[in-house]
Design a binder for this molecule. Structure first.
Ligand SMILES: C[S@@+](CC[C@H](N)C(=O)[O-])C[C@H]1O[C@@H](n2cnc3c(N)ncnc32)[C@H](O)[C@@H]1O
Length: 244
């Protein structure tokens, strides 16, 4: 494949390298720079998925290390200030790569336009450079497929909620939907569980951790007795709509 645009936002799917698209594989094989987001001292999840396909490649890799992650609430100036500066500096760094004639692939777990960090770079760079985004299978799609839990039937309404929302907002929205996916679980699990209880949905809720990955865990939420959940976990509430 001959690469046209300066930038690619590459969706790599939920974890299993078998779910990486042909187009994403082509870009991984040929881009001059492979960019990934990560926490300090850790390899990013998207890069870990790419490792299964192309292995480590230090000459092409650029790691963008978040200055803060979950230490401060997103609404705090302590989070918003450093993270906005980080995205602006990262965009400037990558713009210089593109200006030097290099093709830059930014790796994304799942689908890039679904709660993806890439979006903050894309909105800064796409007005200035040709920028192609390659869709990926989202984590929630991987989760409900591996859980064998069709998420919407008939006219079911699906609500996708970040577990970071306040408990009352979660409960209100859960009461008002047919099916739900609660993302960004991690330390929000006890709060999300209470909101599901308030909405009368614990009995239908499925806990999914690291869907499609080697360490995947799937179990009814009612059977999960501890409150430990990694960042890569979510809760599914499948709809109960029309069965024909
Ligand atoms: C910042 S969002 C990124 C979503 C991603 N762009 C996607 O399309 O799925 C991160 C959240 O996605 C969810 N997630 C993504 N992939 C997952 C997986 N394989 N297993 C469980 N949860 C996953 C988790 O709830 C995690 O907190």
């Amino acid at each position: 494949m001959t690469l046209g645009p300066s930038f690619y936002g590459v969706g790599l799917g939920p974890g299993d390298p078998g779910y990486v698209t042909v187009r994403a594989r082509d870009v991984l094989a040929t881009a001059d720079r492979l960019v990934h987001f990560c926490r300090k001292g850790q390899r990013g999840n998207a890069r870990t998925i790419a490792d299964h396909i192309i292995g480590a490649d230090p000459a092409r890799e650029i790691a963008l290390v978040y200055p803060v992650t979950t230490e401060a609430p997103v609404a705090d100036a302590a989070y918003a200030g450093p993270i906005a500066a980080f995205y602006a500096e990262s965009a400037a760094l990558l713009a210089a790569e593109a200006e030097a004639g290099r093709v830059v692939a930014i790796l994304c777990e799942g689908d890039p336009f679904f709660y993806g960090s890439l979006m903050h770079l894309w909105r800064r760079l796409a007005p200035r450079f040709p920028f192609e985004v390659i869709p990926g299978i989202s984590g929630m799609s991987g989760a409900w497929t591996l859980a064998e839990a069709p998420i919407t039937w008939g006219d079911d309404v699906l609500t996708v909620l970040p577990g970071t929302l306040p408990e009352q907002d979660l409960a209100r929205r859960l009461k008002d939907t047919d099916a739900a996916v609660v993302m960004k679980l991690g330390r929000n699990l006890p709060k999300v569980r209470r909101a599901l209880e308030a909405a009368g949905l614990v009995g239908r809720a499925i806990y999914v951790e690291r869907a499609t990955m080697a360490a995947q865990k799937i179990l009814p939420l009612a059977e999960k007795t501890d409150d430990e959940a990694p960042y890569f976990s979510m809760i599914l509430v499948p709809g109960e709509g029309r069965r024909l």
